[in-house]
Design a protein around this ligand. Structure first.
Ligand SMILES: *Cc1c(COP(=O)(O)O)cnc(C)c1O
Length: 453
């Protein structure tokens, strides 16, 4: 079987196979990779997921993309190994459920993709012994998930940049206590500074001899594993062929693109609700057809979603037949009517986020955190204009409340329970390097670490 090809959303770079798309991260023309055509499941194939554990559903979905590149049996093994934690589906009321994606090793949904990506990078290294350095900037959750997933994976080194004053203690400790092939660098600056330094390194000719790759949400390897839990939820909660609604708290729109991928592969979907905080460039675009990014991005309590220009919008626009470049400029409008039929989007400000978190606790005795509650409130906004009826719906909770203890305690009056993974990290000694937001210094740092032995 010949391997699936991936093309760039900017349409200038040649189509490549999954391995090349994965190792490159971003396409040479600065676009994002998408499959030329999405593989499709038959309704019978989707119905068969009902009896399968999560890791087997993951293998069936992912092998549609990896066939011809990685043996199916290897993918099955990786999935079995990676997905050994629970994915609770908690009843809220009627047929509305909370899907908790916070039971992985770093207590956020970023673990789902990071755990798979590290295994795939490890596999490619075993094949051709090309060492790779994963360079990533983080505002908290991505860095922790990536550091954990790549710890001791042969052939990989990880360098994580984080803004010294902008991340919580538990987020920091989940990265800085690992050591070995994981280096963390505290930057005296903002997340935007960290991201700018990483972006520059990728295009710096002086670093061309170092094989750099990214694990951020532009990498196709990050997107594909994030489609699996939508199939999983439907296999447990919907009748065969019955469409369901998903509400997803969105920042870079990688998680919600997972739902779009699942829909393109044949999963019946009633509505995808992209719930955002005050960074409302997408809901404005969906209603007006005019895209204006928010710059600088607005700070809010759901800090993992403080994204003024979601990078995955280029992919969403492409799926609907349009073209948006990496700066947010639209070269060809997508089919906006079809997009509005499939997707709803609502912006929730901090005041509504806090009120909703308290109300939700009082009404259902279920504890959310600032990201998941944005999804809940976005769902209510949608349901007010388009009643759900008796259809099933899932609200996606993307992090454990213990990652945001101050905010949660302020609202409900007591601190959330801390999962074992976080307690363990908090007890470990940490080590990180530190520097100013100075690109030349960062380049020297990378060069020193990659000097020939
Ligand atoms: C990253 C993150 C999000 C946003 O996910 P995107 O794929 O960037 O839209 C939401 N919630 C939490 C807790 C996150 O860490």
């Amino acid at each position: 079987m010949s391997a699936l090809l991936f093309r760039s959303t900017n349409g200038q770079s040649p189509a490549v196979n999954l391995r090349e798309a994965f190792l490159a991260g971003q396409a040479p023309d600065r676009g994002l990779y998408l499959p030329e055509a999405f593989p499709r499941f038959t309704p019978a194939e989707i119905a068969a997921f009902a009896g399968l554990p999560y890791h087997e559903i993951a293998a069936r979905v992912l092998t549609r993309f990896t066939a011809g590149i990685i043996p199916d049996a290897t993918i099955a093994e990786m999935c079995h190994d990676a997905y050994d934690f629970n994915i609770p589906l908690e009843l809220i009321h009627d047929r509305i459920f909370l899907m908790r994606l916070d039971q992985g090793p770093t207590a956020s949904f970023k673990d789902f993709a990071a755990q798979m990506m590290s295994r795939m990078f490890g596999h490619f290294f075993q094949e051709d012994h090309r060492e790779v350095t994963i360079l990533t900037a983080t505002s908290g959750d991505t860095g922790a998930a990536v550091a954990h997933a790549f710890h001791n994976i042969p052939g990989t080194r990880v360098v994580v940049l984080f803004p010294i004053d902008e991340i919580s203690l538990s987020q920091r400790k989940l990265m800085t206590t690992l050591g070995d092939n994981i280096r963390t660098v505290a930057i005296d600056g903002k997340f935007d500074d960290c991201q700018a330094m990483v972006k520059r390194a990728f295009t710096d000719p002086a670093l061309a001899h170092i094989h750099l790759s990214s694990a951020n949400s532009i990498n196709i390897g990050r997107l594909l594993p994030q489609s699996v839990y939508y199939f999983y939820a439907a296999s447990r909660l919907a009748q065969p062929g019955e469409p369901m609604a998903f509400s997803i708290p969105s920042g870079n729109f990688g998680d919600m693109m997972g739902a779009v991928v699942a829909r393109e592969m044949g999963l019946p979907v009633r509505k995808i609700i992209a719930s955002v905080n005050e960074n409302d460039s997408f809901p404005r675009y969906l209603s007006s057809g005019v895209y204006e990014k928010i710059s600088p991005s607005r700070n809010s309590v759901s800090n993992a979603m403080n994204v003024g220009h979601p990078s995955n919008l280029a992919r969403l626009v492409a799926v609907y037949g349009g073209q948006m470049d990496e700066t947010g400029k639209i070269h060809r409008q997508p089919d906006l009517a079809a997009m509005r039929r499939d997707i709803f989007s609502s912006s929730i400000n901090d005041e509504r986020t806090r009120t909703s978190l308290r109300d939700f606790w009082n009404k259902y005795q279920i504890l959310l955190e600032p990201h998941g509650v944005v999804a809940w409130q976005g769902f209510l906004d949608w349901n007010a204009v388009e009643p759900l009826g008796n259809a099933p719906a899932v609200i996606v909770e993307t992090a454990n409340p213990a990652k945001f203890p101050e905010e949660v305690e302020k609202v409900v009056g007591w601190p959330p329970d801390v999962p074992a993974a976080i307690t363990a990290a908090l007890a470990q000694p940490e080590h990180h390097d530190r520097m100013g937001a100075d690109y030349d210094q960062f380049r020297s740092y990378l060069l020193a670490r990659h000097a020939p032995a």
